[in-house]
Design a protein around this ligand. Structure first.
Ligand code: SF4
Ligand code: SF4
Length: 320
């Protein structure tokens, strides 16, 4: 049955399949609140195509990552794979409970999810009743937890998304992955255009949301000169240079003023930072030669680009 599950999941475009026995979870883990008789958690990992980041790398088109790397995977590919593998399991007389991330439900109060509109985020569900997706991925052997709480996989580095099935079927376990990819290099922290990740690796989700959505003018080819014109000039330039200090209420105000990219018609926000943290991590792992999937050419072949912010500095000066 294990082999059949792997084969079917791979037919449904999963790249990595792992099995965590219930014994790897604490007795009060959410998996037992969802399925008290859980015996196995099956993890399915899906690569985010490397080519999806080309538009961001070149500073040209930005929707590929959001439409294909986030929305399509989360809303089409992964649910189909979950359903088909779950049907196989239930066909054998066992229960299968598919688990995909609901991007609007957050476990930690006072946080947001940069991938969605902050006004849609919901904190009302008790954290202990939801599975911890990253923890499950690690326990299923899909990869290791990095310094910044991303999942790192041997083949795809941080370019991977994942979902799960909790089942009462006993299946042979996948070994846990020994930590060997993340070396605390800090490249991910340095690459963020908004200093959203602290030296300890913790992400300020509001800073992340602001800069994920494109508030840094030197990394946003779509920002018009009048951007943030209603803000005090110094504050405006600090925002645009990625240096501003702000709390969550101010972050909301900044987010309400980000309107630069062709309007997102999708549920997910367009990533203007292009997940710079993950790209930097990927390049670091690629340079070290530790990723098992090799490409003919390096991920980045020329100097990273940076735009001038002079037009924001000068905006409105002719009227003074
Ligand atoms: S690079 Fe982007 S996704 Fe990563 S922490 Fe910074 S703003 Fe968030
Ligand atoms: S760039 Fe990657 S390897 Fe380096 S500290 Fe960040 S997560 Fe770890």
């Amino acid at each position: 049955m294990r082999e059949q599950i792997i084969q079917l999941a791979k037919k449904c475009d999963a790249d990595v399949v792992g099995f965590a026995p219930a014994s790897r979870f604490d007795k009060d883990d959410a998996i037992f609140k969802i399925l008290p008789n859980a015996k196995t958690v099956i993890g399915l990992g899906f690569r985010i195509l490397r080519g999806i980041f080309r538009g961001v790398e070149e500073g040209t088109t930005y929707y590929q990552y959001t439409t294909m790397g986030v929305e399509n995977l989360e809303e089409t590919v992964m649910p189909m794979a979950l359903l088909r593998v779950s049907n196989l399991i239930e066909g054998e007389g066992y229960l299968a409970v598919p688990q995909r991330i609901n991007p609007l439900i957050l476990n930690e109060d006072g946080t947001t999810n940069p991938e969605v509109d902050y006004t849609d985020v919901y904190h009302g569900v008790k954290a202990e009743n939801q599975i911890d997706f990253l923890d499950c991925a690690v326990k299923c052997g899909l990869g290791e937890r990095s310094k910044i709480n991303s999942l790192l996989n041997d083949e795809f580095g941080p370019f991977i998304r994942y979902c799960f099935i909790i089942t009462d079927m006993e299946l042979e376990q996948t070994p846990l992955m020994e930590k060997h990819l993340c070396d605390n290099c800090g490249e991910c922290i340095k690459a963020c255009p908004g200093r959203a990740i602290g030296a300890n690796g913790k992400t300020d989700t509001w800073r992340c949301a602001v800069y994920y959505n494109g508030a840094n003018g030197s990394k946003n080819p779509f920002m018009p000169p009048e951007a943030f014109a209603t803000f005090d000039h110094d504050k405006k330039m600090q925002i645009i240079n990625g240096q501003a200090e702000f709390n969550s209420e101010e972050a909301k105000e900044i987010l309400d003023n980000i309107y630069f990219y062709p309007p997102a018609k999708h549920f997910y926000r367009t990533s203007i930072c292009g997940r710079a943290c993950d790209r930097a991590c990927y390049m670091h792992l690629e340079k070290k030669g530790v990723l098992t999937r090799k490409f003919n050419r390096p991920f980045r072949e020329k100097q990273d680009w940076k735009l001038s912010t002079e037009q924001f500095e000068n905006f409105g000066k002719d009227k003074e």
